[in-house]
Ligand binder design. Structure first.
Ligand code: DON
Length: 326
C-alpha cells in the first residue's frame, strides 16, 4: 500500500474507533462502579477508553485515554506468568488447577466441596491468592517487586501501587481473608495469610492506563515475545497456558459466552479494565494483521464484575475487524 493511502486507512480506522467509543459509552448506565472497594466507587462511571497496539508498535486509541485506574483482577494474569517463570510451570500446576468454575470470582464454596481443596484456577480469587503466595521472595514486598518488574518490562515504564485503593481494599477484605485462611488450612498457601493477602491486594492496586493494558496483551498474544523490545520475556509454553486460562476463566462466570460470541483471550477487573491478547492468526483480516493487544477501561461494571460498556465495545471491534481465535 502506498504511504499516503496507508495513512488514510489508518486515519479512517481511528475515526471508526472514536465513533464506536461514543456509540457504546451510554451502555455505562446499565452498571455501577464497584462499591465494595470504597476508592473505586468514586470513579466517573461514564468514562470509556480503548488502546490497541500492533506488533509494529503502532497504537490506535480513543476515548478518555489519559485516565489511570488499578489493574484489579487483570493482575492475576501477570502474577500467574510471574509464578510460572519463578517456580516453574509444573510446580504452579501442582498448587492450582486449570478448570473453570462458573462461580463468582470471590466464591469460596468449591474449596470445601472438592477435595483436597486445590483452587480451581488462577483467575478466581482463591487461585490467585495461592499464586501470589508462591512467588519467591522473603517478604510481601519482594514478591510484589517480582510481579512489578515483569509488568514494567512489558509496558516499558515504572509503575506504582495506588495506596488509597490498596488501603481501602485491605480494610474491607473479609472474604479474601476467609479464602486465604481456608487455603492455609488445606495446605494451598506457600506463605503466611497476611503476607499472601498483601501481595495479592497490592498487585490488584497497581495503577495503569489503557496503553499499558494493550502492551501486556500484545506480549501475551505474541507468545511471550516483546515485539518492540525484540525480546522473549517468558516462554511460549507459559504464554499458551495463560491464553487458554484467559479464554476459559478470564471473564469469570461470563467466560463461556465471551468465548462463544467474542472469541478472544481476555481478562477483566472490577476497576472496569479489560485486557485482550490477539494473536496474529486471529487478526489477519484486521488493521493489525500481525497481532495486537487491546486495553479497555470503562469503570461501570455488571454484577459479574465486567465492564458494561467495555464488553460490547470489544465485541463490536472484534466483529467489525474479524478478530477471533477460533
Ligand atoms: O479480590 C478482589 O476483590 C479485587 N481486588 C479484585 C477482584 C476483581 O477485579 C474481580 N473482578 N472482576
Amino acid at each position: 500500500m502506498e504511504l499516503s493511502n496507508k495513512k488514510n486507512v489508518e486515519h479512517q480506522n481511528s475515526q471508526f474507533l472514536e465513533a464506536w467509543v461514543e456509540q457504546f459509552r451510554p451502555y455505562a448506565k446499565e452498571g455501577n462502579c464497584a462499591n465494595y472497594i470504597p476508592a473505586l466507587e468514586l470513579k466517573n462511571p461514564n468514562e470509556l477508553a480503548i488502546s490497541i497496539i500492533g506488533s509494529d508498535g503502532i497504537e490506535m486509541k480513543a476515548g478518555d485515554t489519559t485516565n489511570t485506574f488499578t489493574l484489579q483482577s487483570v493482575s492475576k494474569v501477570v502474577a500467574f506468568i510471574s509464578a510460572c517463570m519463578d517456580r516453574g510451570m509444573s510446580y504452579v500446576l501442582e498448587r492450582v488447577d486449570v478448570e473453570p468454575t462458573g462461580d463468582t470470582y470471590n466464591s469460596i464454596v468449591r474449596l470445601e466441596s472438592h477435595e483436597p481443596g486445590k483452587p480451581f484456577n488462577p483467575m478466581i480469587n482463591a487461585g490467585a491468592i495461592t499464586v501470589s503466595s508462591m512467588i519467591s521472595g522473603n517478604s510481601s514486598q519482594e514478591k510484589l517487586d517480582t510481579i512489578i518488574k515483569l509488568l514494567e518490562k512489558m509496558v516499558g515504564k515504572k509503575l506504582i501501587v495506588n495506596e488509597e485503593v490498596y488501603k481501602s481494599e485491605w480494610e474491607t477484605a473479609n472474604r479474601n481473608r476467609a479464602i486465604a485462611y481456608f487455603l492455609m488450612d488445606s495446605g494451598y498457601l506457600d506463605c503466611e495469610v497476611e503476607e499472601a493477602l498483601e501481595v495479592y491486594l497490592k498487585q490488584c492496586a497497581i495503577e495503569v492506563d489503557v496503553s499499558d493494558l494493550a502492551m501486556i496483551g500484545l506480549v501475551i498474544g505474541n507468545d511471550g515475545y516483546h515485539p518492540i523490545l525484540k525480546k522473549q520475556l517468558f516462554s511460549k509454553e507459559v504464554a499458551k497456558l495463560t491464553k487458554a486460562l484467559m479464554v476459559t476463566c478470564g471473564m469469570y462466570n461470563f467466560s463461556g459466552k465471551f468465548a462463544a460470541f467474542i472469541g478472544l483471550p481476555a481478562k477483566s477487573g472490577v476497576s472496569g479494565a479489560i485486557l485482550a491478547a490477539v494473536p496474529s492468526h486471529a487478526s489477519v483480516h484486521s488493521p493489525f494483521p500481525t497481532g495486537c493487544g487491546i486495553g479497555i477501561y470503562g469503570p461501570a461494571i455488571d454484577e459479574i464484575g465486567n465492564s458494561v460498556a467495555g464488553v460490547p465495545l470489544l465485541k463490536h471491534i472484534a466483529t467489525e475487524w474479524n478478530m477471533n481465535i477460533f
